[in-house]
Design a protein around this ligand. Sequence first.
Ligand code: PLP
Length: 433
Amino acid sequence: MSPSSARDRLASLSSHIMASSSSSVFTAATVAAAPEDPLFGLMKAYREDPSDKKVDLGIGAYRDNNAKPWILPVVKKADNAIHNDPNLNHEYLSIGGLAEFTAAAQKLIAGGDSPAIQEKRVCSLQTISGTGAVHLGGLFLAKFHPQKPTIYVSNPTWANHNQIFTNVGLKLAQYPYFSAQTKGLDIDGMLQTLRTAPTGSVIVLHACAHNPTGVDPTQEQWRQIAAVMRERQHFPFFDTAYQGFASGDLARDAWAIRYFIAQGFELCVAQSFAKNFGLYGERTGAFHFVSAPGPDAATASSHIASQLAILQRSEISNPPAYGARIAGRVLNDPALFAEWEVDLRTMSGRIQEMRTGLRERLEARGTPGSWDHITSQIGMFSFTGLTEGQVKILRDKWHVYMTKNGRISMAGLNTNNLDYFAEAVDSVVRETS
Ligand SMILES: Cc1ncc(COP(=O)(O)O)c(C=O)c1O
């Protein structure tokens, strides 16, 4: 062996020994395997099921009557116009996002004639859809709220609330929301917890189409909630992911937020355009902070905007442009806006028909239990009251996929699978009662 090849061999041997004896910080033992996201796991199981009868009632995404994703006609129109725009480029947006989008998004939330906007006490940033808005709001509260308050979410709530708020270091608690007996709102339990929560707590409220229950407070109940929150000086954190999608009426679905703003609350809003524009993958949303009225409000609002911009810069630098261009174009053009409202009524109307159709079919079969909650609940989801065991049988025997808490995405039902689903529920409920 020549001296140089002996040296090479020695070097390779010693690096091998070093590699096998070097210690790793991130071993399998230090980083435990995380459980699969239940919803995305459900989607995967559905995709892998070869049955031609399978029904997907899991993910909260709109489907047309053929169980296909639906591109809103108005979105197609705006998309074409954007592609044909000779001035379009792919430069960065500003840190706060596309100004014409955020200004229009703000009006959609607070109302076009909102005094809060005129008084310059609403600041808005474009975010990575609703999730990014919830996160930015959580981060801001964790950093700037002087009392490090507890944040209360409804029981149950959108599962991601729990991990987003915990991840930014907020203390989490729950308020009662759903009554298993009435399958409606537990208003007494909710108000009682709001009364006893420490003064100045943050309360997360779903503006409409509560996820996962489909149960919303009535306007009278919202007034009661606002009265208790004012008395206890709680801070409302609205999450609105279904405006216009719930009732088909944008103003009606924003009623609670506008009422709280009119009552002079200081509050924040996480807004998603995923569902109401069908822009799920484009991650289009906004975060709004509304300061309470007062001589200092506009200055406070500009300070808050500046701090939010720092947080945004460090997390995403600046938001993605494509979805905001589409939504911004529609929101700012009266003719397109009117077409959007028609599309919203198409989606909410079809879902409403599925609610009526399902209830009628279950009642016609005499399925044990009462099913009026299917039509009294609103929005993308229905909390059916089916138990975890029943959900399992529906999946194993009938190839029907839903989350184990008995929530179904109404958009997964259509005139082709409604009878089959009603037959499946009827059979499983009888088998287990
Ligand atoms: C209550 C609630 N908040 C926020 C979101 C955020 O969704 P996205 O990040 O897709 O806009 C959702 C979506 O399911 C939701 O139901």
